[in-house]
Design a protein around this ligand. Structure first.
Ligand code: 6R9
Length: 569
């Protein structure tokens, strides 16, 4: 029996679609009561899944713990009550600043249950990145770990709004005045808790996203986002009863909350979490051990898996996998083809943003995949590409324009915290602009070209980095690449490519020439890199996105802008 065969087609799903379908399944409405914390725990228990595993957690050393949905329910109550006991009030921002430990996931639900706004941040942030976001949000409480509290201590006197520093794994005696210990296991378990009577438009999550210049922006979401997150998780990630789901994103990135907490748990699905960085061998062993069925990953990770070859995948029993999906960057056609070889399954690309809150353009399970394309809009999402001069929809198939969405879907960002101008600037002619470029083909499939800021203007022709990087990736020596504009006296800009190599290759002039010749056949003359520079690594955000503007700025001798989300290499 194949589950895929019984799935509705894309057209069937789109026909007569209404978000009311999701509202009905969840029993919510925009005006009525809705609380994500309650929906991800209490409601699942009420549906008879109290004893089903919700979180199967493992740390880098392989030690683990299992939490049922009832544990989620009771322990999130416990954290909610604890925050109330400190006089944290509904609407206040509570920052989660932890590694991927259970308290992070359970704390997220607890904060929402007592009506405060959850502000997840990468625990790897240094004190400056942390300060910018806590200061902007006027955060009143932060929940952290012993190993990270020193960063909070360094900036606390510059954060007048920050009343509570809560440490989950330290004894009170080791803490400084004004810090509070919260050992979840030692607290009295709170069986019954009066969940805050949030309605659809009550603020829920504040996610900071980094712009190209200026300060990071705090995307403010509301509880009604659940309506989109629940249904997209069910349909796009194909979550079904009995699944073991793995989303390897950190909740500091929107993927780690929308689909690393809310999506799976509102569907009552068991998820596994590995609190450890990337390691191909370890990841395959993790999939095999837990019999993972659905895996949501990102191109940056997939390219690393590719670097290590199909043989490594074949050494593990990965037969439990049923559905694979990817987000964060364009998914190269080569990666889709490779994953079919390595796992017998294609990765399904999903496009969305912190601001969209949910997947908006995607390849559905069962829908024919065109490798290199992002797929089609999720039902209920009106997406198009706009002419960059007129902001009217482009009518010729294949022409490149700005990706734009008609506002109004449930999980759309409601504002940028403390930055109304930045929010207003995202709209033109009644469309929300994503800041990315794409074309749409005659079948309605979207093809990503590049972020607006990354497009290369060579002799008046616009070239997107994605097609160049995809061609480079097909060369057997290339592990990753970034194509950027470099100044040129004749053409204004020409293409320069930065390349990292697979193990066993040496970046010398011969290889540069060989790669040039290789991509020459695949690319138009305009898109051809004029220069290849071999590098040990590429600048990336903590969510794994290549940050081309850093490379570009160096070529132009310009300032690099905000670098607070960059991974330290
Ligand atoms: C979920 C997330 C959003 C930006 C987005 C685009 C890029 C994400 C993509 C993709 C091509 C995909 N992006 N998914 N580009 N294909 N499937 O990533 O949110 O961190 O806010 O980033 O990421 O440039 O505009 P966020």
């Amino acid at each position: 029996m194949s589950a895929v065969m019984t799935l509705p087609t894309y057209e069937e799903r789109v026909a007569g679609f209404d978000w009311a379908l999701s509202e009905e399944e969840l029993g919510v409405s925009r005006e009525g009561r809705v609380n994500i914390g309650w929906h991800c725990s209490d409601r699942i228990c009420d549906q008879g899944r109290a004893q089903a595993p919700a979180l199967i957690w493992e740390d880098f050393a392989g030690a683990g713990r299992v939490y049922t949905f009832n544990d989620l329910r009771v322990l999130s109550n416990t954290i909610a009550r604890f925050l109330q006991s400190l006089d944290v009030a509904p609407g206040e921002r509570v920052c989660l600043f932890m590694d991927r430990i259970p308290e992070l996931y359970i704390g997220f639900l607890g904060i929402l249950k007592m009506g405060a706004i959850a502000q997840p941040l990468f625990s790897a942030f240094g004190e400056d990145s942390l300060w910018t976001r806590l200061e902007n949000a006027g955060t009143t409480a932060i929940i952290t770990q012993k190993k990270h509290v020193h960063k909070v201590r360094k900036i606390r006197d510059r954060l007048p709004a920050l009343k509570h520093v809560i440490v989950v794994d330290a004894a009170s005696a080791t803490l400084q005045p004004g810090e509070t210990a919260m050992a979840l296991d030692a607290l009295p378990r709170v069986e019954r808790f009066a969940v805050y009577p949030s309605t659809g438009e009550t603020p829920s999550v504040l996610h900071y996203t980094s712009g190209t210049t200026g300060q990071p922006k705090g995307a403010q979401h509301v509880h009604y986002s659940l309506v989109s997150q629940y249904l997209t998780a069910k349909w796009v990630l194909d979550l079904q009863p009995g699944d073991i789901y793995w989303c390897n994103a950190d909740p500091g990135w929107v993927t780690g909350t929308s689909y690393g907490i809310i999506g799976p748990w509102s569907n009552g699905i068991t998820q596994v979490v590995l609190d450890s960085g990337f390691n191909t061998e370890r990841w395959y062993a993790f999939v095999a051990k837990h019999r993972v069925t659905v895996w949501y990953s990102a191109p940056t990770a997939i390219r690393l898996l590719m670097r290590d070859g199909t043989e490594m995948a074949k050494r593990h029993d990965l037969s439990s996998l049923r559905h694979l999906a990817s987000v964060g960057e364009p998914l190269n056609a080569e990666a889709v083809i490779w994953s079919k070889e390595a796992f017998g399954l294609p990765f399904h690309d999903t496009f969305w943003q912190t601001e969209t809150g949910c997947i908006v353009i995607t390849n559905f399970p069962g829908m024919p995949i065109k490798p290199g394309s992002m797929g089609k809009p999720f039902p209920g999402i009106k997406a198009t590409v706009l002419d960059p001069r007129t902001f009217e929809p482009v009518t010729t198939p294949g022409s490149v324009g700005l990706i734009a969405l008609r506002p109004g879907w449930p999980s759309m960002v409601r504002s940028y915290w403390n930055n109304p101008g930045g929010y207003a600037n995202k709209f033109r002619n009644g469309w929300y602009l994503c800041g990315d470029r794409a074309s749409v083909d005659t079948d309605g499939y979207f093809w990503f070209v590049g972020r607006d800021d990354d497009v290369i203007n060579t002799g008046g022709h616009l070239v997107g980095p994605f097609e160049i990087e995809s061609a480079l990736l097909e060369h057997p020596a290339v592990a990753e690449s970034a194509a950027v504009a470099k100044p040129d006296p004749v053409n204004m800009e020409v293409v320069k490519a930065f390349v990292t190599l697979k193990p066993g290759y040496r970046g010398d002039a011969d290889l540069e020439l060989e790669i040039m010749n290789y991509v020459r056949k695949r690319l138009s003359p305009l898109a051809m890199p004029q220069e290849i520079e071999f590098v040990a690594s590429l600048p990336k955000t903590r969510s794994g996105k290549i940050v081309r503007r850093v490379l570009r700025a160096k070529e132009w001798g310009e300032p690099v802008g905000d670098t607070s989300t960059l991974m330290d290499e």
